[in-house]
Design a protein around this ligand. Structure first.
Ligand code: GDP
Ligand code: MG
Length: 166
């Protein structure tokens, strides 16, 4: 199995930390899936039964006033070309305007979107269900997986779930 995965989310939720945690080698692989130049490969993860290519999405982190219609369109088209979208959020913060802006862009897209609730180490386990519910109220996530990119918690579980969708 192999596929493309895009990591999206507002600044400071831990996207780069997550990528650094999972990505062993930064070499692009060959694949039968078409890849456009606007998709920037950030890293490849190889497991026993799968190869996951993580790509960057241009424009998504720009504040609304800087994001023209064109960039919005480019970003949306990029979303459609991947197999799984990882929406990264911070469990340590309430869902906010910037999170909602990103989720707004995902509306109507048929690619499965996961909620990757990062910074698990910052919250009490008893509070997790409520936090996850607050995100699920805003978007129909296919999966919701809490992780700590910093401490490396539950990363294997997430990679396994991604593989199920490839
Ligand atoms: P990005 O802007 O989404 O790429 O976020 P970064 O990866 O740059 O992380 C933003 C800040 O959050 C940094 O200070 C990270 O060290 C911190 N951070 C990232 N992941 C975790 C985590 O799982 N737990 C905690 N406590 N902090 C984290
Ligand atoms: Mg970053």
């Amino acid at each position: 199995k192999s596929g493309f995965i895009s990591i999206i989310g507002r600044p400071n939720v831990g996207k780069s930390t997550f990528l650094n945690r999972v990505v062993g080698q930064k070499i692009a692989i060959m694949s039968d899936k078409p890849q456009t130049t606007r998709n920037k490969v950030q890293g490849v993860v190889t497991t026993n039964d799968s190869q996951m290519v993580f790509i960057d999405t241009p424009g998504i982190n720009e504040p609304r006033h800087k994001l023209g219609d064109f960039m919005l369109k480019v970003a949306k088209n990029t979303f459609r070309e991947v197999d799984v979208l990882l929406f990264v959020a911070s469990a340590a913060d309430r869902i906010g305007k910037q999170d909602r802006f990103v989720l707004e862009m995902l509306k109507g897209i048929e690619v499965p979107v996961f909620l990757v609730l990062n910074k698990l180490d910052q919250v009490h386990p008893n509070d997790l269900p409520k936090i996850i519910e607050s995100y699920r109220n805003e978007f129909d996530f296919k999966e919701a997986i809490p992780i700590s990119a910093l401490q490396g918690n539950n990363i294997e579980n997430l990679l396994g779930k991604i593989t199920e969708y490839l």
